[in-house]
Design a protein. Structure first.
Length: 189
């Protein structure tokens, strides 16, 4: 059974990205789901001085361990002024000080949503373009525009063409996880 780590890259308790990440992960069958909440990983804002004085916080090590132990990762990004939320960026910065590659060569399904019609596409593009250089295998990506109009708790993504596009990307993610599982099994034989 594959271990999937999922989280919304936001610290808001009402985060629409947490809702999207949770729903996306729940679409997978026969997986062990580890849903992370960035609020459980709140740390001092990263600086080399703080790292030199106290080392890397245990919370960063726990987050990195969850990533390293996963077979796949689902992240839904909140967009704050065109970029990552501060909560995500800080966890990411601390995690980057640990073993490389940052994303441990794991398949990733990258998502984003926002209340507006662009669906946080800027931050999604940033992650999609940079994570492969940091050990992320981008298996799929999807932006959900106008969250309040296109998502509801009962059925998830409610607009049919958007739902179809999401499931195409989810299928790609599942296929890459399957390939990585076969690859790992073959190398262990």
């Amino acid at each position: 059974m594959n271990n999937i780590v999922a989280f919304g890259a936001s610290s808001s308790t009402q985060s629409i990205n947490k809702q999207l990440a949770r729903w996306a992960a729940d679409q997978l069958k026969d997986v062990q789901l580890n849903f992370l909440d960035l609020n459980d990983f709140e740390m001092p804002i990263y600086s080399v001085d703080k790292e030199r004085e106290a080392g890397v916080p245990e919370k960063a090590k726990r987050f990195k361990a969850a990533i390293s132990e996963a077979d796949g990762i689902i992240i839904s990004f909140a967009e704050h002024n065109g970029s990552y939320s501060t909560a995500f960026k800080n966890v990411f910065d601390w995690m980057s000080r640990l073993e490389k590659p940052i994303w441990s060569n794991k398949p990733m399904l990258l998502l984003s949503t926002s209340p507006g019609p662009r669906g946080a596409q800027l931050v999604l593009a940033t992650a999609t373009n940079s994570f492969p250089h940091q050990g992320g295998i981008i298996a799929g990506s999807f932006s959900l525009p106008s969250f309040g109009q296109n998502f509801n708790k009962a059925e998830g993504i409610s607009e049919s063409s958007l739902k179809e596009t999401f499931y195409e990307q989810l299928t790609l993610f599942v296929q890459v996880i399957g390939e990585k599982t076969i690859e790992a099994t073959s190398s262990n034989a």
